[in-house]
Design a binder for this molecule. Structure first.
Ligand code: ADP
Ligand code: MG
Length: 254
């Protein structure tokens, strides 16, 4: 395994004239949890999306476990990967969205087995066994045959986490996984993420849950204006931030 699991190096990304990422550097070591904080529009989702190939970077590069994301190096040039290689790389990266994004016409079990069967060509029976084990892990073994609409938001998000885990990803990315939930359902989802952290899953979590960041993060990263403004251990960034912009943000969310 590479010393650095996720390596983001000088990443720039614009949408038309809007510069959304302006030279982001970020390193996540295996087994570590990085929590990204920052105001709306600061580029947090775009950063996660570039890591998961949902956006192409304009400048800079990203690697996962030593493998360049979206590119192959040849001499000092970067060549874009073909679609098939991109899809293969993406199977190493789990993504959990704010709005769950479950397949509505599939049962819970089918949601979790879909990608292993279609992308990894796992036998359906084996995939179903793994899925049941993962559903038990997120506390939903009794919901295997339910449809997403029959579940609460918190349960749907826990299925989405099981689905992401089914690909045995090298890294799990969460984009505000509890923002769409009623307040009483936030805890059960954070509990699952906390459990993953305790078992050494490498994760990048965008969230506004400061208490969770303090408790679970190895590193807290504060982004603003498309840049990493400040990063460090939770206590340093949350209790004694060095930058005025971090202080201003924290005073609003704490
Ligand atoms: P955050 O997740 O921190 O709120 P985002 O990464 O979603 O920030 O967005 C950063 C900025 O980029 C916002 O101004 C947003 O409107 C803009 N943006 C994001 N995606 C696109 C896109 N596909 N096309 C145009 N603008 C976009
Ligand atoms: Mg966002």
């Amino acid at each position: 395994m590479s010393q650095v699991m996720v390596d983001v190096h000088g990443v720039h990304k614009s949408f038309g004239a809007l510069q959304v990422l302006r030279g982001v550097d970020l390193q996540v070591r295996p087994g570590e949890v990085t929590v990204i904080l920052g105001p709306s529009g600061s580029g947090k989702s775009t950063l996660l999306r570039t890591i998961n190939h949902l956006e192409k970077v304009d400048r800079g590069w990203i690697s996962i476990d030593g493998e360049l994301i979206g590119y192959r190096r040849s001499g000092d040039k970067l060549h874009e990967l073909r679609e098939k290689e991109v899809l293969r790389q993406r199977t190493h990266i789990g993504f959990v969205f704010q709005n769950f994004n479950l397949f509505p016409h599939l049962t819970v079990l089918e949601n979790v087995t879909e990608a292993p069967v279609s992308a990894l060509r796992r036998p359906r029976k084996e995939a179903a066994g793994t899925a049941r084990r993962l559903l038990a892990r997120v506390g939903l073994e009794d919901k295997a045959d339910a449809y997403p609409r029959q579940l609460s938001g918190g349960q749907q998000q826990r299925v989405a986490i099981a689905r992401a885990l089914a690909l045995e990803p090298k890294v799990l990315l969460f984009d505000e996984p509890t923002s769409a939930l009623d307040p009483e359902l936030v805890g059960e989802v954070l509990e699952v993420i906390r459990d993953l952290a305790a078992t050494g899953t490498t994760m990048i979590v965008v969230t506004h849950e400061i208490g969770f960041a303090r408790e679970v993060a190895d590193t807290v990263v504060f982004m603003d204006g498309g840049l990493v403004v400040e990063q460090g251990p939770p206590a340093a960034v949350l209790d004694t931030p060095r930058h005025e912009r971090t202080r201003a943000f924290l005073s609003k969310v704490l």
